[in-house]
Design a protein around this ligand. Sequence first.
Ligand code: AMP
Ligand code: ZN
Length: 459
Amino acid sequence: MKLYNTLTHQIEEFVPQNPDEVKIYTCGPTVYSYAHIGNFTSYTYWDLLIRVLRLNGYQEKRILNITDVGHLTSDADDGEDKMEKGARREGKTVWEVAQMYMDDFLENFHNLGLIEPAAICRATDFIEADKRLVEALDKAGYLYDTTDGLYFDTSKFPKYAEFARLDLENLRAGARVEFSDEKRNASDFVVWKWIRDGEDHAMQWEYRGRMGYPGWHLECSTIIHEQLGEPIDIHCGGVDHIPVHHTNEIAQSEGAFGKQMSKFWLHNNFITIDGQKISKSLGNVYYFSDLAEKGYSPMDYKMWLYQGHYQAERDFSFEQLAAAHARLMNYRNFAALRWQEIEKSDFAAERDEIMECLNSNLNSAGAFAVLDGVAKSGLAPSNEFLKFVDDAFGLEIGKTTPDISDELKQKIFERSAAKESKEYATADQLRDEILEQGIELLDSADGVKWALRIKNRVC
Ligand code: AMP
Ligand code: ZN
């Protein structure tokens, strides 16, 4: 299995440390507002990764975090706290806001049919462990105190710029001087924020006799240390995490524990909508509820995402979504052939080809090209093949095929018999009854074909 590793900037053979417990960490959402379809790009692509690992015989231990503290509106250390901002907007407490958007996130996660992680960890449940990490960093000489908080001195971590190939000279030149003259280097970042006199901040904990709260990057280093242990096998996130968030995670974890943080780093690219960045001001922020209003399911969105590659920037439009929907319905119709008197196939060669694509850095688009050929073959899929397809993509291609009851089968048989004996009225009535139950019978030159009907669409 080959994956592109951001750490080495190349495609590498993936070999886990322990095949029975592949340690994976995914940076999760900040729960201060509803997540839009772009936010789910990452979790959906990483679900494919988990599925492909499993098909290769590995078992994963995967942790996802929920950021409910410390993330400022800029990914650096200035701006407003996102949770406080959400609370003010909603007239709720930060804790209520966190719960509400976490519930919404998990509902969408579930509706997308994504595999549950071993644990979903809330940042605020790890405050004591955060403090221990801060102590370890301080002891190792990486921290300095300012009126704003305890900062990580990046000049003390010589390979700081390596991961993201940062140009520190330029970073220094472009730094905003007004930010803090206490900051020693432009790339230094806060690991623990102090609450200033008169500052209104609902989430705060006592540390070293003062009140404060963790910097945004800290939770990932802490949770990985507590839940998985370094080095982990794969760390995943969006491309926007490379220059700041993941760079800082590496400095913290490797600085504190003296071990490599993760062997592989995978990053998904962004989606644009009609060629533009997703943003409220452009009015192009779509949620799954917007897709549902137009008759599309989370699975249609997943199909659309997987038609492209996780490293490619993709442009979303409703025309594209319609095409993805049609393709998915075509696969489901193909899956329905298994209920008919048609020769079944395991498609063993094609299955190998699909695996080969997926093992080549998750080339899902290539895998679908093979599946298109399979769907056109005129053969029906065996249950084993459909299970493989659903295990690989999680698109419920075989699962949505109705397990046709004996009663319904009997009706289909009776309708054929009625037609044969030219009792057309009876045949038509039976056909309508069968349609009520979601199966459309299509008469053709080579016999009767069945088609699934879902939500009034012929699929
Ligand atoms: P935000 O709520 O805008 O801070 O986004 C949270 C995370 O969602 C970001 O760190 C990105 O990794 C991801 N994200 C946001 N917008 C997109 C997008 N258009 N496509 C893919 N991922 C996105
Ligand atoms: Zn993270």
